[in-house]
Design a protein around this ligand. Structure first.
Ligand code: SF4
Length: 387
C-alpha cells in the first residue's frame, strides 16, 4: 500500500465542535450552531464557560464547501498517490498517520466509512430557524451526493416548541435522526439536575418527532438518581420511554468529574453516588419495566457492560442474563472485570475467561492493594480519562 503523505495540500479548515454521539463516530461533522443554549445541566461539562451562538447559513455553507473541497482532494489523491482510485484505502492511509489536520481527519474518517452519514453539531440544532436549517440540509446533500442520512442533537424543550409542520419540513429536507438526552423521566430528578424540561415535555417532544417521521434516539443516564432518587429514576424513565417508544434507547452512565457543577454537590454530600454494581442493578430494573419495540444500545465507553444490547422485547431475556451473570460473580471477580474494563483490557464479560489477561488484572488489583490505594479511586481516575 502506498504510504505517501496526503496531508501536505490541505485546504483551509472548517469549524468542528467538541462532541458527537458515539454512534456518529464516522459521520462527517458539520457545525451548525456553537455550544449549548441551555448549558445548566449539573452533570454536563461539555460547554461550561462557553457562549451559545447561532451561525449564519452562509457560514455553515462555507464550511460545507470547504469539507467538500477536502473530499475532492482526497479523491484526487487516491489516483495521484498510487492507490488506484481507492478512496477508502487513501482515507485509511491518511488516518494511520499520527498527526494531521483535524478537518482532514474528519473528512477522511467519513470517506473511510463509505461517506454516507453526516452529523450537525453542536448540542441543539433544532433551535435554528426552520428555513435556515432546511437550507443547510439541502446544501449539505447537494455537496455530498453520497449521503444517505444526516443526524443531530436536540433538546426536548426545543423539539416540543417546533410545530409538527416544521418538523415534517425538516425531516423532508433530510434530517433523518434526532438524538435527545432524555437522561431521566423523573421530574424531581430533572429539576435537581437543572435539565430545564419535564417528563411531560420529553414525552410530547418524542411523540411529535416520531409523528414527523424521525428516527428517534433517546439517551438515558444510569446512576443519575444517585442513592436518593434511584428508584424514581428507574420507574419514571421506563414510563417515559414506554410512552415515547423511540427507535433507539442508549445508555450513557453517569460519571462525575470536577469540571461538572454536580461535583460540588458530591463533595458537600448533597448528592451521593451509587456504586457501579448498583448502577448495573438499576439498568436491570429499567430493562424489566420497558415495554417497547426499540433498539437497546450500550455504546458509550462509560458503561460497564457494553454487551447488553439488542432489539426489545426479543433480546430482553438475553440482556438480563448478561447482567445476572455479572452480578453473580464473586466480589473480586467483579472488581477484576471493572478494573480490566477501565484499563482497556476487557470489552465484555467473556474476556474474563482469557487466563493471560485475568492474571494481569488480578496482579494489578493485588499491587493496588499492596500500595494501600483505594481501588474505587483508581477506577474513578481511569474513568476520568474517558470524558
Ligand atoms: S442541554 Fe445537553 S449539552 Fe446542554 S447542558 Fe444539558 S446535557 Fe449539556
Amino acid at each position: 500500500m502506498a504510504q505517501e503523505d496526503t496531508t501536505s495540500e490541505s485546504v483551509a479548515g472548517f469549524e468542528i465542535g467538541p462532541i458527537r454521539p458515539p454512534s456518529e463516530a464516522y459521520s462527517l461533522l458539520i457545525r451548525a450552531t456553537r455550544n449549548c443554549p441551555w448549558n445548566r445541566c449539573l452533570f454536563c461539562h461539555c460547554y461550561k464557560g462557553t457562549q451559545f451562538s447561532l451561525r449564519t447559513v452562509e457560514e455553515i455553507e462555507r464550511d460545507i464547501d470547504v469539507a467538500a473541497a477536502v473530499r475532492d482532494q482526497i479523491v484526487e489523491a487516491s489516483t495521484r498517490l498510487g492507490f488506484g482510485g481507492d478512496v477508502q484505502a487513501t482515507a485509511a492511509a491518511l488516518l494511520s498517520q499520527p498527526y494531521g489536520d483535524q478537518c482532514l481527519r474528519d473528512v477522511a474518517l467519513f470517506l473511510y466509512a463509505g461517506g454516507q452519514s453526516a452529523f450537525l453539531q453542536d448540542s441543539n440544532t433544532l433551535i435554528m430557524r426552520t428555513p435556515d436549517l432546511v437550507r443547510v440540509l439541502r446544501h449539505l446533500y447537494a455537496s455530498f451526493p453520497s449521503l444517505t442520512r444526516v443526524t443531530s442533537y436536540s433538546r426536548s424543550h426545543t423539539a416540543a416548541h417546533k410545530t409538527l409542520d416544521e418538523l415534517k419540513e425538516i425531516r423532508a429536507a433530510g434530517l433523518v435522526r434526532i438524538h435527545i438526552g432524555l437522561e431521566t423521566g423523573y421530574d424531581p430528578l430533572l429539576e435537581y439536575m437543572q435539565k430545564g424540561t419535564t417528563a411531560a415535555q420529553q414525552i410530547e417532544a418524542g411523540r411529535r418527532l416520531n409523528e414527523a417521521g424521525f428516527s428517534l434516539s433517546e439517551y438515558v443516564m444510569p446512576g443519575l438518581g444517585g442513592r436518593a432518587m434511584a428508584e424514581g429514576h428507574v420507574r419514571e424513565t421506563a414510563r417515559a420511554l414506554n410512552e415515547i417508544r423511540p427507535e433507539f434507547i442508549r445508555l450513557r452512565s453517569l460519571h462525575v468529574t470536577p469540571t461538572m457543577p454536580l461535583w460540588s454537590r458530591l463533595q458537600d454530600g448533597d448528592f451521593q453516588l451509587q456504586d457501579e454494581d448498583d448502577v448495573v442493578r438499576e439498568i436491570r430494573g429499567l430493562l424489566e419495566l420497558l415495554d417497547v419495540t426499540s433498539q437497546f444500545k450500550s455504546d458509550h465507553i462509560l458503561n460497564l457492560l457494553m454487551e447488553i444490547e439488542g432489539t426489545l422485547p426479543a433480546d430482553k431475556g438475553n440482556c438480563l442474563a448478561i447482567i445476572d451473570r455479572y452480578l453473580s460473580l464473586p466480589d473480586d471477580e467483579r472488581l477484576i472485570f471493572r478494573l480490566g474494563r477501565r484499563m482497556g483490557f476487557y470489552s465484555s464479560l467473556g474476556d474474563l475467561a482469557d487466563p493471560g489477561r485475568h492474571e494481569r488484572m488480578a496482579d494489578a488489583l493485588r499491587r493496588i492493594r499492596e500500595r494501600g490505594d483505594n481501588v474505587e479511586d483508581v477506577i474513578r481516575r481511569l474513568k476520568d480519562g474517558f470524558i
